[in-house]
Design a protein around this ligand. Sequence first.
Ligand SMILES: C[S@@+](CC[C@H](N)C(=O)[O-])C[C@H]1O[C@@H](n2cnc3c(N)ncnc32)[C@H](O)[C@@H]1O
Length: 241
Amino acid sequence: MQGTFYVVGVGPGDPGLMTLKAVRILEKCDVWFVPSAFKHGDSMALSIVSGEVSTEGKTILTHHFPMKLVHRGKDPDPEVTAAWQEAATIIIDQLRAGNDVVFPTLGDPAIYSTGYYVCETLQKSGADIKVEIIPGVSSIGASSAAAGLPLCLGDERLVVIPATFENGAMRDVLAQSDTVVFMKVHKVMPKLVTLLDELDLLDKAVLVEKSSLGDQKIWTNIRDAVDRDIHYFSTILVRKQ
Ligand SMILES: C[S@@+](CC[C@H](N)C(=O)[O-])C[C@H]1O[C@@H](n2cnc3c(N)ncnc32)[C@H](O)[C@@H]1O
């Protein structure tokens, strides 16, 4: 019988924030297809999972997905589509061999996760595949909890946006929302700090680095982080109220 493909959110870093369902599915699947952002690099999702679930006896297939901007509605970089395509081919082979395959993904799969691109590629392949998505604790909630800041209350509007996109879009969301969550901030701190300063919002911004992990850091003066080599696991919350 053909296996099932599971995309499982593994939370923001603390293995204790993995759901019981995530753990159960990781335990039952013999094949773990783990994403890595760097060629021959470690998988961040795998490092979270292996803090809670034994990897003994598992076939671990690490696959590199290049970190390049994807604009929805436009053709992605060919290197990116090639990685999705190769992933889909490997996963289909495993499923046809009767193996259940799990794709652990950082935080929640619904938020900027490669897991959904892989699912789309599987669907487009025409193969008849059973897919299940298991939600996880997002780094957005974890960052909010770490900073002790709610994201939205009452009739407030919340927007989530990657800070890697053009300033125009970020300006618009800052004008129209009560809280903005900026993700993927680690490489674009100078331009983001300049923009927030221009809009007089610097004192409303909090940077949360490595939320939920032992070395989590909260930066209330985000200017201090501009010249630092902050971690990829960094999110900025701007709450205007
Ligand atoms: C590709 S997105 C994945 C988001 C993930 N699906 C989620 O639900 O949290 C990666 C971004 O998530 C944020 N992130 C992930 N883990 C984090 C953590 N532990 N603390 C703060 N931000 C984190 C950072 O902004 C990072 O650049």
